[in-house]
Design a protein around this ligand. Structure first.
Ligand code: HEC
Ligand code: HEC
Length: 165
């Protein structure tokens, strides 16, 4: 009886083994070839190394540009003017403050930083200070310029902005 059971076990193992081997050897259908023009967004053969097109940042100096539309409510506004001579922002120098945090209340003057920028939300969230909080010092982390490059991928998103500025 024991002998018969052992033989049956061996047969079963051999049978399952052959099924597994067959499944592993099953031919996979050949993948359709993808042209390298269809890979990525550059749409050039991968062997080509074309010089990237040159795009330009705004050249209008501050005061001669026009504010750009916001992408969504609460988004940091884009910098519409040239930043030539104004960057980099360092620990000692931040020229943005001369115009954007000079306490002006005239509507014709450069737009002033909102109160959020004068608040240290980590340590004193209820205090509006006279000067910009450290977390807002590096303006260009959030406020960026736009080149005239066309969008690589279209987008139909329309922001619902309650108080467009
Ligand atoms: C000489 C003054 C001046 C300086 C310096 C300056 N700006 Fe401006 N900025 C302006 C004026 C004026 C505007 C409004 C648009 C215009 O008239 O060109 C503006 C607009 C902006 C806006 C758009 C605001 C909105 O509500 O859409 C941002 C963002 C901005 N500046 C960021 C910066 C940053 C960052 C720096 C420093 C790297 C800087 N600016 C330096 C004068 C200045
Ligand atoms: C951490 C991100 C961040 C940093 C850093 C930052 N900002 Fe902003 N800024 C914002 C956001 C977000 C808004 C929009 C706030 C809103 O809609 O209430 C804004 C709004 C503004 C506006 C528009 C105010 C208005 O009434 O239209 C100005 C001007 C501005 N920032 C200037 C600056 C300057 C100058 C600096 C550097 C000293 C700076 N920001 C640093 C995120 C930032």
């Amino acid at each position: 009886m024991r002998m018969v059971r052992t033989v049956l076990m061996v047969l079963l193992v051999v049978f399952i083994g052959s099924l597994v081997t067959r499944a592993m050897q099953a031919p996979t259908p050949p993948a359709a070839a993808v042209s390298d023009l269809e890979i990525g967004l550059r749409r050039t053969p991968l062997t080509d190394d074309p010089a990237p097109p040159v795009y330009r940042y705004p050249e209008a100096p501050p005061g001669e540009s026009t504010k750009l539309p916001r992408f969504w409510e609460g988004a940091p506004p884009l910098v519409p003017h040239s930043l030539q001579g104004l960057i980099p922002i360092t620990r000692e120098d931040n020229l943005c403050l001369f115009c954007h945090a000079n306490g002006s209340t005239e509507p014709t003057d450069p737009p002033q930083v909102p109160k959020s920028h004068l608040t240290d939300y980590r340590r004193a969230p209820d205090v509006i200070r006279d000067s910009v909080a450290g977390a807002r010092w590096n303006c260009t982390v959030c406020h960026v310029m736009q080149t005239n490059a066309p969008a690589l991928v279209g987008n139909t998103y329309k922001a619902a902005i309650r108080n467009p500025q």
